[in-house]
Design a protein around this ligand. Structure first.
Ligand code: FMN
Length: 147
């Protein structure tokens, strides 16, 4: 049974702006490899000290992955926002896609990224669709999934 999970958390300690990309790249390189092995796909957003992550895959596998993530000392205040059985994947191409806010991003993209943490607590489905749109726009999702 395919499930999709959405959570938010706060980076701990907070990286400096210069460290953000490296932190996310390190997490994603490892996550992507692990996820591919077990049939998990998803996306990770980092915006103003917060992580928003979507994970999709078989329910029992997601539970294992999320349990590991919850224990990770690189973040705190992990809040599960949504968990649903879904008919198909939204991030099928990526073991873990990533978007990091940056001053170099265009204003419309930054506005879109900034709306996602806010939306995530109100309307998970909408937040997930916005995240997918932002990734398509940024074209910075790098970790392709081999099928
Ligand atoms: C914000 C965040 C997101 C993460 N996402 C994933 C993930 O999607 N998949 C994963 O396997 N590990 C993820 N991790 C890393 C896990 O917490 C953990 O370090 C890792 O799964 C351990 O893998 P290993 O047993 O191969 O060393 C994430 C960590 C953080 C802080």
């Amino acid at each position: 049974m395919l499930q999709r999970l959405l959570y938010s958390s706060k980076a701990a300690p907070l990286p400096t702006p210069g460290e953000e990309k490296a932190l996310v790249d390190e997490i994603v390189a490892h996550a992507s490899q692990n996820n591919r092995r077990v049939g998990v796909t998803g996306a990770l957003l980092f915006f103003e000290g917060q992580f928003i992550q979507v994970l999709e895959g078989p329910g029992d596998v997601l539970e294992d992955v999320f349990e590991r993530i919850c224990c990770d000392f690189r973040h705190e205040m992990v809040r599960l926002l949504d968990l649903q059985t879904v008919p198909s994947r939204i991030f099928a191409e990526w073991g873990m896609a990533s978007v990091v806010d940056s001053e170099n991003a265009s204003d419309p993209l930054r506005a879109k990224l900034g709306s996602i943490p806010f939306l995530a607590g109100l309307n998970a489905g909408e937040a997930i669709r916005e995240l997918r749109a932002a990734i398509d726009e940024a074209q910075i999702a790098t970790y392709e999934v081999a099928h």
